[in-house]
Design a protein around this ligand. Structure first.
Ligand SMILES: NC(=O)C1=CN([C@@H]2O[C@H](COP(=O)(O)OP(=O)(O)OC[C@H]3O[C@@H](n4cnc5c(N)ncnc54)[C@H](OP(=O)(O)O)[C@@H]3O)[C@@H](O)[C@H]2O)C=CC1
Ligand SMILES: Nc1nc(=O)c2c([nH]1)NC[C@@H]1CN(c3ccc(C(=O)N[C@@H](CCC(=O)O)C(=O)O)cc3)C=[N+]21
Length: 297
């Protein structure tokens, strides 16, 4: 049997290249006296992973010359207080993008919070208006950062997608579902024939093994095994689970939804965890914030 040469899809490197072009555009705007993009991020509580992600977003802002505001609340903050803050940021002309880090504590309605954000500042692309525009393929839509980042990764690495069978594992509103829509759109990347799988899917192994492209976004560490993957497939690993590991300084290691060691030798392309989809998510968020700023010119 012919074993293909596996290539790593380096999200860290691709994200850097994308952020660099945004940085140049921002400097250009600054030099011509135009407004500089401003992202406001809201973090509720002290969830370790959420703190890490929000910090990386703020760091990315600083690196490319965006203004960032981080607003932190204790776990017990009332829904009303959060909604009032969002209203204030909606009305603040200096703010281009508003992001509320999910998940939120159980006493706060994620739906109410997402719908309170002005669609024109919803750089996460979670507002129903943006989801609707994305489904209709409208260019004005803010596309959710993780699936958008994956599309950018495919584009920048010239991965052929037209006519391919893509299998998306997971149907969440923030990853799986928008991913399946984008891959099926009449765009490049896109034009895939898409199968969406979830926890009730039957014959999942068989469906996966027919895929040219697999996007795994289920949050089950090392779920995708070698026998589920066709020789030469493209595998995108979205999953991030923190597993305790006393040998690490941080006390944990990050594990994706793909059994990388087993699966990688069969792939034409595969993303690592970390250094794959995560950095692309941040790059996509920065692109959305830049776009929102330009929309205000
Ligand atoms: N790298 C990045 O930038 C990001 C990474 N993530 C990571 O991606 C993963 C998924 O995130 P998210 O979409 O928010 O997760 P959710 O928990 O919201 O959704 C998980 C989805 O996977 C499905 N699922 C769960 N178990 C199985 C299974 N055994 N077989 C088939 N389907 C299954 C669920 O099915 P059902 O609908 O039936 O319950 C659901 O649709 C997580 O590990 C998360 O940390 C998330 C966002 C960004
Ligand atoms: N409103 C909202 N918007 C989001 O975009 C959002 C969210 N809520 N909630 C949680 C998920 C998760 N997410 C990640 C972002 C970056 C990395 C990332 O940079 N990961 C690094 C490793 C980071 C680490 O060390 O943990 C990597 O994969 O290389 C991961 C995950 C955004 N999300």
């Amino acid at each position: 049997m012919h074993l293909c040469k596996m290539q790593l899809l380096d999200g860290k490197k691709t994200a850097k290249a994308i952020l660099n072009t945004v940085k140049i555009d921002v400097a250009q705007r600054a030099a011509t006296g135009k407004k500089i993009p401003h992202l406001a991020a809201i973090l509720v509580g002290t969830n370790g992973a959420s703190q890490t992600y929000v910090n990386s977003k703020v760091k990315a802002c600083n690196e490319i010359g965006f203004i960032s505001t981080l607003i932190e609340y204790e776990e017990e903050v009332s829904e009303m207080k959060l909604l009032d803050k969002i209203q204030e940021l909606n009305e603040d002309m200096s703010v281009d993008g508003i992001l509320v880090q999910l998940p939120l504590p159980a006493h706060i309605s994620e739906r109410k919070v997402i719908e309170a954000i002005a669609a024109s500042k919803d750089v996460d692309g979670f507002h129903p208006e943006n989801i609707g525009r994305m489904i209709m393929g409208e260019a004005e839509a803010f596309i959710p950062a993780t699936p958008y980042g994956i599309m950018l990764l495919l584009e920048h690495n010239n991965i052929p997608t037209k006519g391919k069978h893509a299998v998306v594992l997971g149907r969440s509103n923030i990853v799986g579902r928008p991913m399946s829509i984008l891959l099926s759109n009449n765009t490049n990347p896109g034009n895939c024939t898409v199968t969406v799988c979830h926890s009730r899917t039957q014959n999942l192994n068989e469906i996966c093994s027919q895929a040219d492209i697999i996007v795994a976004a289920i949050g089950q560490p090392e779920f995708l095994k070698a026998e589920m993957v066709k020789e030469g497939a493209v595998v995108i690993d979205v999953g991030i689970t923190r597993l305790e590991d006393a040998s690490k300084k941080s006390g944990y290691r990050l594990v994706g939804d793909v059994d990388f060691e087993q699966v990688a030798p069969k792939c034409s392309f595969i993303t690592p965890v970390p250094g794959g989809v995560g950095p692309m998510t941040i790059a996509a968020l920065m692109k959305n914030t830049y776009k929102s700023c330009v929309n205000g010119d």
